[in-house]
Design a protein around this ligand. Structure first.
Ligand code: ACO
Length: 429
């Protein structure tokens, strides 16, 4: 007998089916509630609403657990690469050697942009926000690959997924080069995914950029750690856009827009801005914390707090360790890292943060490590978008082809004026 919960509405009792996930997460299925009772549920911001059933990523925010397709993030970080992780997220299993090579070959095959796309970059002012350029050019890809608009089978999905994964880093690097007036550097057929991105960003026609392998590894790890995070704001956007039947390019372009905001992917920029401002003002950690805790100032400790994690974000621990290791191995000293560590230590002991269960999130240290790698500030959120691409692709595919979801259409409780009469303009006053 399936488990149900009984809802009493006046003298009417309704049995709501209980849906149980593989990790024993429980939900009341209210899908038929309105039809049965005329009621809807109200949950602003969907904080207590499951928008779908998903087999991609598991998070336990209370325990600080994150798993990709069942595998703990710590194991992925230690043993895997960004591309292998992308394969796991999109296709559900770690690839065999053959599958991995086929996917890598596809990424190489599709890494160039159509030459006409390059001219798009000329039309953007050089100070354009890189997230705007990324979203626009990703969307424009659908004009150049119309055959990818209809994804009918596994093969066409694989082609489209590889195209987007391969091209997103080319677009990102081109936008940076163009904004800085540097000549375009084409992707190199023999370089791996992350090293190739750094090559396109930093090589010059007369001199190849040769990054320290430790930096390439660190950047690959950052991409891996950002690869998916279940139904966050941008993934939900991608699924929602996809639910209308919109193509994969349009859906991930919308995901980029959702990620852009400072409360989501833009937080890694905001953290470094905050650290730089504290230093420039010569403010002590104590003084800054006072400002944060005085709500009137509207200042937040950026990189702290999370809608789901009420414990350490497991990614922040990994990034912090990597950050310290990389800087130490390269004999780099970044005063922002020291400041970040001091802020973290202070916050973790402070009643304000303890009471509200505010812990460092993935963005708290990622900006510092991106700086060490040489990624410019303006590109931090773009790095997040490159990392998140496999997650968006997996979420889109699951919504469209696995759960075959209906068009997403939340309802509302209307609070505006009740019916009234139109007043002609000469009678308004
Ligand atoms: N600094 C100071 N106070 C905070 C912070 C913070 N970073 N985050 C939350 N609070 C306080 C709020 O003022 C509120 O206090 P109150 O109960 O006295 O009113 C309480 O903690 C709860 O805050 P909410 O805004 O309700 O928490 P929510 O879960 O909605 O927000 C969010 C989560 C947006 C991440 C928030 O913690 C925040 O703004 N953090 C800083 C920005 C940031 O780092 N964003 C990255 C998120 S992770 C990601 O997208 C990759």
């Amino acid at each position: 007998m399936p488990e149900t919960a009984r809802l009493q509405l006046g003298d009417k009792a309704i049995d709501l089916p209980i849906v149980v996930g593989t990790e024993n997460e429980r939900a009341l299925d209210i899908g038929a509630l309105r039809a049965q009772t005329g009621y809807i549920t109200l949950d602003e911001g969907y904080r207590n609403t499951g928008s779908c059933q998903s087999a991609i990523t598991f998070i336990d925010g209370e325990e600080g657990i994150l798993r990709y397709r069942g595998i703990p993030i710590e194991q992925m970080a230690e043993h895997s690469s960004f591309i292998e992780t992308a394969y796991l997220l999109i296709w559900g299993e770690l690839p065999t050697e053959n599958q991995f090579n086929t996917f890598s070959d596809l990424l190489t095959k599709h890494q160039n942009l159509h030459e006409d796309i390059r001219h798009h970059f000329d039309l953007f002012p050089s100070n354009s926000p890189p997230m705007a350029v990324l979203s626009a050019v990703l969307n424009a890809l659908s004009c150049f690959h119309p055959e990818m608009l209809e994804i009918e089978d596994d093969n066409s999905f694989q082609e489209a997924a590889a195209r987007i994964m391969a091209k997103v880093r080319t677009i990102a690097a081109y936008s940076y080069r163009h904004a800085n007036g540097f000549p375009t550097i084409y992707p190199h057929p023999d370089k791996k995914y992350t090293a190739n991105f750094l090559h396109m960003m930093f090589s010059q026609p007369y001199k190849e950029y040769e990054p320290d392998p430790e930096l390439v590894k660190a950047l690959d790890l950052i991409l891996l750690l950002h690869a998916d995070h279940e139904q966050n704001c941008s993934a939900s956007t991608v699924r929602m856009v996809g639910s209308s039947g919109a193509n994969l390019f349009a859906s991930v372009a919308a995901g980029v827009c959702a990620l852009w905001g400072p409360l989501h992917g833009g937080a890694n920029v905001a953290v470094v801005d905050m650290l730089e401002e504290i230093r420039a003002a010569g403010m002590s950690v104590k003084e800054f914390m006072q400002q944060v805790k005085n709500k009137k100032n509207g200042i937040r400790l950026m990189g702290f707090g999370h809608p789901v994690y009420k414990n350490f974000d497991p990614r922040s621990r990994i990034i912090k360790k990597t950050c310290e290791n990389v800087l130490a191995r390269l004999h780099l000293k970044d005063p922002l890292l020291e400041l970040a560590e001091e802020l973290e230590a202070t916050a973790l002991q402070d009643e304000y943060f303890v009471q509200r269960k505010l812990y460092p999130n993935v963005d708290f240290y990622s900006g510092v490590i991106l700086r060490a790698i040489g990624i410019p500030h303006s590109m931090f959120t773009v790095m997040f978008a490159i990392g998140r691409m496999p997650g968006w692709i997996a979420q889109w595919q699951e919504g469209r082809f696995v759960s075959k979801s209906r068009i997403h259409r939340p309802r509302q409780i209307y609070t505006g004026p009740t019916q009234r009469v139109y007043t002609p303009i000469d009678k308004r006053g």
